[in-house]
Design a binder for this molecule. Structure first.
Ligand code: HEM
Ligand code: HEM
Length: 251
């Protein structure tokens, strides 16, 4: 029997994420070539062009994504800057959890480690995009200073991105199964969400609604074989709000 699945991200977020990582990985690989092998050979095979065009495309995707998905961008930031004292407990148990899957409780959409990584990635990516474009157009010493920032931001973001990929690909036992939340429909088994985002899952169940996609858990969108009956009227936030205010009026 197939397990019950929950959905963490809608189609827009998944497409944006895929476009961003295609661009970032292109920049990382070509940038690593410049540092490790040198510019001359890279220039001959056109890698400097690839780096610059992909850089502009990435900048456009990020800015476009923020404009089109401004509400999602705000929620993403708000969910990433939260901090509670209990997060320290979560961090203490994290190294063991990577192996065992037993993490301390947290109530966020992101676990505290993701929140920290999100903030570091946002700041460094902003520096990389701005300094990359700046290095191309700013004259003399400004251009050089900005290029230094570009290089150091690239060095700093590399281990964070590698860490994110290892964790999000579900290579470590504690995070097994996570990769599905950003790929192939964005649904992942409920037990994976229970293990990693217990507070988020409780809110998702209580709402009876898929926050990211507007589908109710167990409604028409549920995986076949879950044994859950459709929940009419709870397919969207508006439906949920109506149902709630209706029941509040009745009581
Ligand atoms: C994730 C984003 C990016 C990463 C990781 C990255 C990484 C790098 C690295 C490691 C280098 C070599 C630095 C050195 O020689 O020490 C480099 C060079 C360069 N980067 Fe980026 N970069 C990114 C985005 C951008 C963007 C958005 C632009 C501008 C559109 C850009 C423009 C450049 C330029 C002009 C160079 C010099 C080589 C060339 O002429 O192509 N980069 N980048
Ligand atoms: C290399 C550029 C990448 C960047 C800048 C990036 C950025 C992000 C950010 C900011 C998030 C939000 C939450 C979090 O921190 O987990 C995220 C989520 C996620 N990423 Fe990436 N990512 C990249 C590459 C990848 C790759 C290659 C994978 C492939 C496995 C991946 C898989 C995921 C998954 C599964 C999530 C969802 C985790 C959740 O449910 O909260 N990412 N990514």
């Amino acid at each position: 029997m197939r397990s019950v699945t929950v959905r963490r991200y809608g189609r827009g977020a998944r497409w944006l994420h895929a476009l961003v990582y295609t661009g970032v990985l292109t920049e990382l690989v070509t940038g690593a070539w410049f540092v490790l092998i040198g510019y001359e050979a890279g220039f001959v095979v056109g890698l400097t062009d690839v780096h610059e065009y992909a850089g502009f495309a990435l900048t456009a995707v990020v800015l476009g994504g923020i404009v089109v998905g401004i509400r999602g961008a705000r929620t993403f930031l708000a969910e990433s800057v939260r901090f509670r004292r209990s997060d320290l407990r979560w961090f203490r148990h994290w190294p063991a959890g990577l192996r065992t899957g037993r993490f301390a409780y947290h109530d966020g959409h992101f676990d505290p480690g993701q929140r920290l990584a999100n903030l570091v990635m946002v700041v460094l990516l902003a520096i990389l995009l701005a300094s990359g474009v700046g290095a191309m157009y700013l004259p003399g010493p400004f251009g050089i200073a900005v290029f230094q920032a570009h290089r150091f931001a690239a060095y700093a973001i590399t281990p964070v991105l590698l860490g994110h990929i290892v964790i999000a690909a579900g290579i470590l036992p504690g995070y097994r199964g996570v990769w599905r939340s950003m790929h192939l429909g964005g649904r992942l088994p409920e037990e994976v969400a229970e293990r990693i985002w217990p507070g988020w899952l409780a809110g998702y169940r209580a709402a009876g609604t898929d926050r990211s996609g507007g589908y109710a858990i167990g409604a028409g969108s549920a995986e076949p074989g879950t044994g859950r009956a459709p929940t009419p009227g709870l397919r969207t936030w508006r439906g949920l709000w109506r149902a709630r205010s209706g029941s509040a009026r009745k009581s």
